[in-house]
Design a protein around this ligand. Sequence first.
Ligand code: TPP
Length: 559
Amino acid sequence: MFSSKKNVLETVALLKAHGITDIVLSPGSRNAPLLLSFAAEPFFTCHTVVDERSAGFYALGLIQGLQRPVAVCCTSGTALVNLGPAVAEAHYQELPLIVISADRSAAWIEQMDGQTLPQPGLFGSMVRASVQLPEIQSSEDHWHCNRLINEALNACTRRGCGPVHLNIPISEPLFEATVEVLPEVRTFTAHASSTLSDVSTYAAAFRNAQRPMIVVGQRLPKASPLNAILERFTHTHGTVVLAEHLSNAQTPCVVSGFDTILATPPDATLAPDLLLTLGGHLVSKRIRHFLRAHRPAQHWHLSPSDGSPDLYQSLTQVVQADPVVFLEQLLKALETAKTPVDPSYRERWNHLSHRWKVRLSETPLWKALPPSDLSLTGALLNAMPGGAVLCVGNSSSVRNIQCFELPKGVRVYCNRGTNGIEGTLSTACGLAATTSDPVWVLLGDLSFFYDLNALTLPLPSHLRIVVSNNGGGGIFHRLPGMPRSEDFHRHVTAAHPLEAGPWAEAAGIGYRKAEVTDLEATLGEWMQEPSVSARLLEVITDPEQGVLATQTYTSLFEF
Ligand SMILES: Cc1ncc(C[n+]2csc(CCOP(=O)(O)OP(=O)(O)O)c2C)c(N)n1
């Protein structure tokens, strides 16, 4: 049976009509009419997560895996505030998260009634739409409610993606569930056009460029022609393509070691005169400094979303379109004129990239580094099965993976929208619910302990967690000039003696502790073999060795 509250019925029916299959539910009484109505409709897959912070990140993992919108439903008061970090991450990673919160009726807000706070508009500019549904008393209320829900659901995937918020006042009595079938509802959709009227002026400008470069930021792994397009730009049009592992653009033409290459003070002739950017955030600081110091004459940012990020202070054009569609059309336009292209710019970058790859494969390099979180990362990437999913935590983990090549077919995920350390495990659990491929998580100890609540979630047997435990925020040891005082250890790195073992045991998952110098068998066998429960490998490292390993790594690549 479904709730008899009309705004609840309209919401549930419209989510179904818009094809939203997965709903993350956090418990509560005010939202019980919603919870019970979602659960009553077999169309929905419902996931229960108690802690709303974790629930939000779990939903982000589902979105990353399914690549379609997912809703999270919570009760009133601080429950909603706890979704804040996931909403912010969804905003900056452009993920279609639909937040549905239950509320008291507007008359009772700020009246010292229980569990209330001003919920409408709580997420400010972090959401693409924030709607306050009416409690339906008339046919006009009904039309209004339907319109607002349609608008919000359309907004989360229109012109790129992002989070939206629906706040639903539900007055008592809460538990009248007398409705047997969901109502028929009107849907309306809104599509932004992805066709471009004319790319000939772009093609003319591209032909005039001497040093064209494409930088690809974070992107979800997608079956798309992007890789083939990038190859054609490189081979036919002398274009340099820079992309980190987070771009999931694994193709031979990509220079993924550019951050290391740029560690040697770069020659200005490596800089582009025409820069095209697409995708989300980049980790490398060096590329930002390099491109700001040597500004391209033209920078075109390709994105379906609104906004004009001028990261390199040289933006000349925002192309508001699907980047793949734009690049395909640009290629077509370029290929009608057979102007010979000077390949020397691409060849110089290729030469550096080749030297990076050769040096990496010597020894192999990770074995020659001081034992540390960095050498652990090299060992892990060396052992990872191709076709696995890799979720990396922020801080050192996301940086360290960039120092090595990625095994073929590994898809990489990270909450890099706003770099929070709080939701890595919860996101990985959400992702793991969408795939039967092995899901490996690499994260630091503070990130692990921050998201301990995730250990109460269903931890599937194909989940493998690697905690790089350097006894605190190891990244802060890398900050140049930071004194190693007592206060530094206590307050900046939050040094601690904790280990993950007891928590893994309490969660009922497999646990091993290993030395970084003796990892190969554990990574190669124990982590790979099928198991009945998830497994956690903890590797204790010394943060000062981590600093030394990074310095050693950089010194090996003086180009
Ligand atoms: C929610 C949140 N709080 C604080 C920070 C600031 N911060 C950045 S890195 C870091 C330390 C992370 O430590 P750990 O997860 O152990 O990784 P390591 O630095 O050792 O690689 C902190 C606290 C953040 N990014 N996000």
